[in-house]
Design a protein around this ligand. Sequence first.
Ligand code: ZN
Ligand code: ZN
Length: 119
Amino acid sequence: MAIRSKRASCHSSAGKHESRQIMSHKKSTPILGEHNAKICPVCGKRSYSAGGIHPQCAVQQADAPRAAQINAKKKAEAKKTPVARKLPQTWTKKTCPKCRVEVHVRKKTCDCGFDFFKS
Ligand SMILES: [Zn+2]
Ligand SMILES: [Zn+2]
């Protein structure tokens, strides 16, 4: 008889624990669904890896900017040569026909007294 009563008390306490566990288990267990999968930005296919990108695609992506940089460098070098050429200085200066001295275009008269506007 004593054993029975013990079991009964044991059962009741177990029941209390069970109800508590059910309460705490509520709202856990998130559903791992399709939205968890990421789309690989390189190949556009679904990727389940941490970064959302396939390892082999990551390698491709790492190489892409390097190739672009090389292309940009080549373009810049091709553009450089014509720009480097200096403009002739003659457009800022004019030569005095009397003393053959170069005078600034904005000057009306030469130091020798030659008047550019009179000639
Ligand atoms: Zn990929
Ligand atoms: Zn002059």
